[in-house]
Design a protein around this ligand. Sequence first.
Ligand SMILES: Cc1cc2nc3c(=O)[nH]c(=O)nc-3n(C[C@H](O)[C@H](O)[C@H](O)COP(=O)(O)OP(=O)(O)OC[C@H]3O[C@@H](n4cnc5c(N)ncnc54)[C@H](O)[C@@H]3O)c2cc1C
Length: 489
Amino acid sequence: MQPIHIIGGGLAGSEAAWQIANRGVPVVLHEMRPDQTTAAHKTGGLAELVCSNSFRSDDRDHNAVGLLHEEMRRLGSLVMRAGDANQVPAGGALAVDRDGFSQAVTAALASHPLVEINRGEIAALPPPSWDSVIVATGPLTSAPLAGEIRAVSGEDALAFFDAIAPIVHRDSIDMSVAWFQSRYDNAGPGGTGADYINCPLDRAQYEVFLDALLVGDCVAFHQWETATPYFDGCLPIEVMAGRGRETLRFGPMKPVGLTDPHRPGVKPHAVVQLRQDNRLGTLFNMVGFQTKLKHAEQVRIFRTIPGLERAEFARLGGLHRNTFLNSPKLLDGTLRLKAMPRLRFAGQITGCEGYVESAAIGLLAGRFAAAERRGEIPDVPPPTTAHGALLAHITGGHVETIDAGPRSFQPMNVNFGLFPPLAKSPNRGADGERLRGAPKAMAKRQALTSRALLDLDAWAARGTATEAAQAASLVPASEGASLPEPHPR
Ligand SMILES: Cc1cc2nc3c(=O)[nH]c(=O)nc-3n(C[C@H](O)[C@H](O)[C@H](O)COP(=O)(O)OP(=O)(O)OC[C@H]3O[C@@H](n4cnc5c(N)ncnc54)[C@H](O)[C@@H]3O)c2cc1C
């Protein structure tokens, strides 16, 4: 059987390779690192996490990304298996040791008999003999390939900015000022209730810190970059600060759910949280402190935070321009480029945002490509599942604007707004009491996630039955084979 080629061994490409190989189809995974690298990657490992080490909430009942975790686990995801095996304490979030995680993904793929890993940049469109290709080159796709994709897709790729937060050596943090505690002592799935390091600021310290941020020297934009937006879920800290003097106190520096054991009677005015970054617990990253301040400015300003006066930084923050496709226009319902269906896209380049979302779209692209290779018709997941909702966002496009203006497509994390509404929202609790406010919202989320997992299991079982039926006769699909229309949004 001809192999499926994957370009890019990041979150999406690694997951796609795993899914394909586990369906009995050979894969060649092309990764340009370590020979050639990007502005954000540091190693040659597959599935390297470029910024935070968090896969975000692991609450499968009430959180859309927690639901996506659970769906991926049920679909045999390598990224989730390696993530779970390398978990570090982070309250209700699933955070991982980034090196252990990447090494686990690399080892699993390198030892799979149907996976071949080729190191080297693919600098042009793949040759016609590669009849099935997944392009998973991410937001920092190398320039020559990005140029060719732009030419074949017939329009300029879209772009936005994403930023990185600094990482601090744990032993340089003054624990006579800072303390360990998770917000509301939430132990979460793999935590202890005391997983974050907290640095408290009183009102005067907060105001001084804010003033320093607002006038801090930032890396300048190039002329051509000035019209590029930021990703709204990951604004640089100084940009957030510029939106109002209280914005940070209601955002990453909110002081709620925390008690300073050094001064139990004094409520901090603001708090900086740091989350464990490696299994050893020697590195901690500054949560929500992504920044485009110049490096010397980061050191100067962040050392004004109580507890960080002598902080040593293992990595400083930075800003990167991300590229993505206008996917609703350019891709079909199973992520193939309409203009050249032998190319399928996966990961952040399709316009999803986040490690987990990128891996989930890699998982789907891998399954679709393997099904095609096996002569099956790829089956898209129902839009009621987190996978289906995300896919519908990418291939179906962004919601209509209320003023009937032009539709815009922007990268998005998975969220409940992407799911079709419930036929009937729960309005009574288990005891028959009328639900209002937060309990009602929680019950609604629970109903959405229960529906999703039921529908996912049915979809996965359908796929397993088809795979078993097809296992004996593997027929390669031809380029441009007829495929189902994208499912309704
Ligand atoms: C600066 C920055 C910070 C981010 N921070 C976060 C964060 O904190 N949390 C979060 O959830 N998400 C974050 N993201 C978003 C995003 O989810 C990640 O970038 C994620 O890694 C995307 O997965 P991917 O597989 O699509 O791309 P990647 O993981 O980037 O993988 C793409 C791979 O393709 C390779 N490659 C590129 N071009 C070629 C080529 N021509 N030939 C061969 N190989 C090639 C690259 O070396 C890379 O290994 C951030 C993104 C950026 C750019």
